[in-house]
Design a protein around this ligand. Structure first.
Ligand SMILES: Cc1cc2nc3c(=O)[nH]c(=O)nc-3n(C[C@H](O)[C@H](O)[C@H](O)COP(=O)(O)O)c2cc1C
Length: 371
């Protein structure tokens, strides 16, 4: 399975893996694909340490970093200001929900500490993005920087290109793809609504060819709903040059999730990966749990906007974690959760998909051989 985008990035397989977990990034990169570390919530110091750790693990192979670029100028608040703008009734709504669920509370000191810590992580500012970019570009091992949300600012493209680093961007419509191409990105990730995390409304089957068309020659990676080799073949046949997967890695031994959380995913069906704005305030796909359902009930308040909703969740997730109650937690996951059925590893998943890809290609030739 060769592709031009893989060749230009110096990797063997056009399989890209988004993960917040550096063990997944190392395993995918070592298997010949490219891991792209989700680093938006990291401080520049944490990011620098993670890149250094990865460099030691992957023996000179290139990998990527995924950041959030909030845009130029505008509404920038400090973490403390974001924290202070969470209305008291929202905290009390969450407290009552968890009290009703029988989860023991944190001390007020612990609660304030976790929310303040979360505010520092979640408050995205141009300064933080700038510092993260500088840290990343100072490392020669990173060959791809991807922006998760919004139009890529020109300073990102300029600085990355000056270091021979390619720039990618996630898009959910053909219109956004055209704008990102104008902004100068080198790679587009066309992410269908089936995906885990922040998503749009267009399904992969419709989106991928639309983005390929709008990309006007800029390589496109297909994302959203891929967990099988046959889907990789379908994506390549629609003009994509590679695939970008996020959810599948959550079920691997390398993932950031606990054994219990992984088992909760293995028990889920595809229709348990629901759309809601409960996690971040933006529309995203996540595991349906009591926490999600309670927020979505008609008598609940509308979730806050980003990043206040994420900061508020810092408190409730900590409480759920302490109580070991995964019903009052949720996690971003896509519809492929219905295909994730048991403990596995990154290497095993890549081998499985490569075998399936070969089988699917053979089957395609058989089916289309009208001779
Ligand atoms: C747990 C999780 C967290 C995610 N967080 C981000 C993120 O911070 N930045 C980003 O660009 N994409 C994020 N995504 C989306 C992935 O980059 C990717 O586009 C998506 O997972 C692909 O679809 P799939 O989930 O069907 O594989 C996340 C996905 C998951 C599952």
């Amino acid at each position: 399975m060769k592709s031009k985008v893989a060749e230009s990035l110096g990797i063997e397989l056009p399989i890209f893996a988004f993960s917040h977990c550096r063990d997944v990034i190392a395993a995918v990169t070592n298997a010949g694909g490219m891991g792209v570390l989700g680093a938006a919530w990291m401080t520049p110091e944490e990011l620098d340490m993670s890149i250094e750790w990865l460099e030691n693990e992957v023996n000179g192979k290139p990998f990527g970093v995924d950041l959030v670029f909030p845009g130029t100028g505008g509404d920038e608040k400090s973490p403390e200001e974001y924290l202070a703008s969470i209305p008291a009734e929202y905290l009390s709504f969450v407290q009552h929900m968890l009290d009703d669920g029988g989860l023991s509370d944190l001390t007020p000191e612990d609660r304030d500490e976790y929310m303040a810590e979360n505010a520092r992580k979640m408050a995205m500012t141009n300064k933080k993005s700038r510092d993260q970019l500088d840290v990343t570009l100072a490392r020669p091992s990173v060959s791809l920087i991807v922006g998760a949300l919004g139009l890529t600012p020109d300073w990102v493209v300029k600085d990355a290109h000056a270091r021979n680093v390619q720039v990618g961007a996630l898009v959910g419509t053909g219109r956004h793809a055209a704008k990102q191409v104008e902004a100068g990105v080198d790679v587009l990730v066309a992410q269908g609504t089936e995906a885990g995390g922040s998503v749009g409304d267009v399904a992969s089957m419709v989106l991928w060819p639309q983005v390929v068309e709008a990309a006007a020659g800029v390589p496109v990676l297909a994302a959203g709903g891929i967990s099988r080799g046959s889907q990789i073949l379908a994506a390549l046949s629609m003009g994509c040059q590679g695939v970008w997967l996020g959810s599948l890695w959550l079920g691997t031994a390398e993932s950031e999730l606990s054994l219990e959380a992984r088992e909760k995913l293995f028990a889920a069906s595809s229709d348990d990966a629901v759309l809601a704005n409960v996690m971040t305030g933006k529309q995203g796909r996540m595991l349906r749990t009591k926490y999600v359902e309670t927020w979505r009930a008609s008598d609940s308040p509308a979730p806050l906007t980003w990043p206040m909703q994420s900061i508020l969740n810092g408190y409730s997730y900590k409480r759920a974690e302490r109580a070991k109650d995964l019903d009052y937690w949720t996690y971003a996951v896509g519809q492929v959760v219905g295909d994730m059925k048991g403990h596995t590893t990154v290497k095993r998943e890549i081998e499985r998909m490569l075998n399936e890809y070969g089988d699917a290609l053979e089957q395609l030739l058989e089916v289309t051989d009208l001779g």
